[in-house]
Design a protein around this ligand. Structure first.
Ligand SMILES: NC(=O)C1=CN([C@@H]2O[C@H](COP(=O)(O)OP(=O)(O)OC[C@H]3O[C@@H](n4cnc5c(N)ncnc54)[C@H](O)[C@@H]3O)[C@@H](O)[C@H]2O)C=CC1
Ligand SMILES: O=C(O)C(=O)Cc1ccc(O)cc1
Length: 302
């Protein structure tokens, strides 16, 4: 039996539209309703025919849903809940896809009694945004991390886990604080470094912008892909995950200073040993099949 029969998606950009496409692909009998704050996005989703119904208000989208998934930027989660909370049916599960989890868990007080609230994060995405960038296979063989609050109904957690498994995701459960620390290392800091290095390159006085573009070798090109990620989404991530990002950033700058010292003093062993260790990490990631954003679909979507 399907875990849900009526799913509402709030926010129809990259992740919300991918979710709609994935539900259509894997659970075609589910009734899909969506809402987006942007009239232009609603119109585009209508053209793309991704949903059974596009609601004019958040309340109309959720009124008979058994699962509501918030796919808006992290800084908009509170507003999105406020806008629909009066219309949430008893027994429904409200979840989300936000990249930061403790700040979303802190919104639990806004959820009406009798409605389950289970924050979640599919660790799958690209640098693109908007409904045209979505694709049904985005979640295939990617992790979805559930961060239920203590005391959450176990059956509700199992139903949400089953939902993501049916979209071909792998599911893990952890607490929100731990999620935020792990993601600060594996996702948030790498994005911050990419934004920073691309900014540095474009500000260099002695190197022209056209030289940066013309001679950008593999490494810099990879950074520019990440640094092209959505500004609003990532502003919200850094503001919401401030503590964990600052903690990891502190460690990173100390390690960077050690590398600076090794270069200054010609300490090749330190450089060689670190580079050998990091190459092993890359090999482990590839062996685990985690080396691309969408392993089945190559680079077309990246
Ligand atoms: N982009 C990525 O690779 C990934 C993003 N996420 C998370 O998914 C969420 C959505 O990100 P994307 O789909 O990439 O962003 P997006 O920019 O493509 O889509 C967000 C949509 O939300 C709408 N929206 C904003 N505020 C709203 C509100 N209050 N009510 C209704 N609609 C509203 C916008 O109009 C937009 O269409 C974010 O929380 C992000 O952290 C999670 C995994 C990967
Ligand atoms: O495009 C990339 O490299 C990503 O890292 C995509 C991504 C962005 C945010 C998430 O919370 C999860 C995945």
């Amino acid at each position: 039996m399907l875990p849900f029969s009526r799913v509402a998606i709030i926010g129809l950009g990259l992740i919300g539209s991918s979710l709609a496409r994935a539900v259509r692909l894997h659970m075609p009998t589910v009734r899909l309703v969506g809402y987006d704050g942007s009239a232009a996005v609603r119109a585009r989703v209508d053209e793309l025919d991704l949903l059974d119904d596009i609601a004019d208000t958040p309340g109309a989208a959720v009124i008979d849903a058994d699962l509501v998934v918030l796919c808006v930027p992290v800084g908009q989660m509170g507003a999105a809940i406020e806008e629909m909370r009066a219309d949430l049916p008893k027994g429904a599960i409200v979840s989300d896809v936000g990249s930061v989890k403790a700040s979303v868990a802190a919104l639990a007080g806004l959820i009406p009694e009798g409605v389950h609230f289970i924050p979640a994060h599919p660790v799958a995405g690209t640098e693109k945004s908007g409904p045209d960038a979505g694709f049904a296979e985005l979640f295939h063989q990617r992790w979805c991390i559930l961060t239920p609050l203590p005391g959450t109904d176990e059956t509700a957690i199992e139903r949400l886990a089953e939902f993501w498994k049916r979209l071909d995701s792998k599911v893990e459960t952890m607490d929100a604080q731990h999620h935020d620390l792990v993601l600060a290392v594996t996702s948030h800091l790498p994005h911050l470094i990419a934004y920073s290095i691309v900014g540095t390159a474009s500000d260099l006085e002695g190197v022209t912008r056209s030289e940066v573009i013309k001679y950008s070798a593999g490494g810099f090109r990879d950074f520019t892909r990440i640094a092209a990620s959505d500004p609003q989404m990532w502003r919200d991530v850094f503001l919401a995950n401030k503590d964990a990002v600052l903690e990891i950033l502190q460690r990173f700058t100390e390690d960077l200073t050690a590398l600076q010292r090794a270069i200054r003093w010609g300490d090749g062993d330190t450089l060689f040993n670190l580079f050998t260790r990091t190459r092993d990490i890359r090999r482990t990631i590839i062996d685990a099949g985690q080396d691309t954003a969408a392993p089945d679909f190559g680079r077309d979507h990246r």
